[in-house]
Write a protein that binds this ligand. Structure first.
Ligand SMILES: Nc1nc2c(ncn2[C@@H]2O[C@H](COP(=O)(O)OP(=O)(O)OP(=O)(O)O)[C@@H](O)[C@H]2O)c(=O)[nH]1
Ligand SMILES: [Mg+2]
Length: 302
């Protein structure tokens, strides 16, 4: 098995134990495809945090397909469910980084922004891209020190200023350093502790203006980090950020800590923004580019 598949499998163990076991048990108990089977399946999908809307859609698609293909054998339902889940999760557009990109990492406190920056840096370096990081969370000294440690682990340079300095000035310095070194990707940390929407909007707008003015040649990407363990509340957070800034991609962290990884479906559906990376653990290699097929295979135990 490839390393990436193993990572997905290991990281999604809790969701798989909750989901695949119930699905397999369901199909082993039912001999016929009937209303009872659909009802139980519905419960399992909702229990995995897939959300009512998406669950009903999935059941509906399943029923249509089963009718169309005249399927009677229960054993043929799981592969069909797999296909439908992959279709539900797949995003056609590609929002990934260009060779010259500036990435703003945003999200509420504690979701995993700083950690993810270290992991992302490593991924980009492995893709032979040059990386620079800007310490835009100037809210507390510890944030800068923590980011410094992650940059050391990933072996990338950090541009920072002292605690309390203006975040957009740090981003400005980061842009200048990126230009001087001809860096491919500049990743910017931001503070998760800005108390209200007005402050958050003010700060992100200011940073955006600096980027638009100083680095128009770079592709600007805003990645919102969401902790998978927060469940439906993660969707509320995302809607909050969406009112404040444009979001190009979602990074769903701590999927290893939840049995309800199905949350990925309503997040994408509600926000119409793709999940681009997933966090599957605390170590530097525990971030993966999101792949719908690998994800579904992992949670269905294929
Ligand atoms: N298990 C697990 N833990 C994670 C993952 N990503 C981050 N964490 C942990 O989450 C905690 C918070 O991570 P940070 O990177 O400090 O989060 P942050 O968003 O920068 O937090 P603030 O700067 O306080 O807003 C740390 O203990 C990380 O190790 C993940 O994918 N899996
Ligand atoms: Mg942080």
């Amino acid at each position: 098995m490839s390393n990436i598949i193993t990572k997905f499998k290991d990281g999604l163990k809790k969701t798989r134990n909750n989901f695949a076991n119930k699905i397999d048990d369901l199909f082993s108990r039912h001999l016929k495809i009937d209303d009872e089977l659909y009802e139980e399946l519905e419960e399992i999908l909702i229990g995995a945090d897939i959300g009512i809307e998406a669950t009903l859609e999935i059941i509906d698609m399943l029923q249509v397909e089963i009718k169309k293909e005249k399927i009677q054998d229960v054993n043929k339902v799981k592969p069909l469910l797999k296909k439908i889940l992959v279709e539900e999760i797949k995003f056609e557009e590609n929002f990934y980084e260009d060779n010259k990109s500036i990435i703003l990492i945003v999200g509420v406190n504690g979701v995993g922004k700083t950690t993810t920056i270290g992991k992302l840096s490593k991924i980009f370096k492995e893709e032979n891209k040059t990386v620079l990081v800007a310490a835009g969370d100037t809210f507390r000294a510890a944030a800068i020190e923590q980011l410094e440690k992650w940059c050391q682990r990933a072996d990338v340079e950090l541009i920072s200023n002292k605690e309390g300095s203006d975040p957009s000035s740090v981003i400005y310095d980061g842009i200048n350093a990126s230009k001087a070194r001809d860096t491919d990707i500049l990743i910017c940390d931001t503070a998760g502790r800005l108390h209200n929407k007005k402050n958050l909007m003010k700060e992100l707008n200011k940073i955006s203006r600096v980027i638009d003015k100083e680095y128009p040649e770079a592709k600007k990407l805003v990645y919102l980090v969401i902790d998978a363990n927060t469940g439906q509340n993660g969707i509320v957070q995302a809607e909050y950020f969406k009112e404040v800034t444009n979001i190009d991609g979602i990074i769903l962290t701590k999927l290893d800590g939840t049995s309800k990884g199905g949350i990925i479906i309503p997040i994408q559906k509600k926000l119409k923004v793709p999940v681009v990376y997933v966090g599957l653990g605390e170590a530097i290699d525990d971030l993966q580019k999101f792949d719908a097929e690998k994800f579904v295979n992992s949670i269905l135990n294929y």
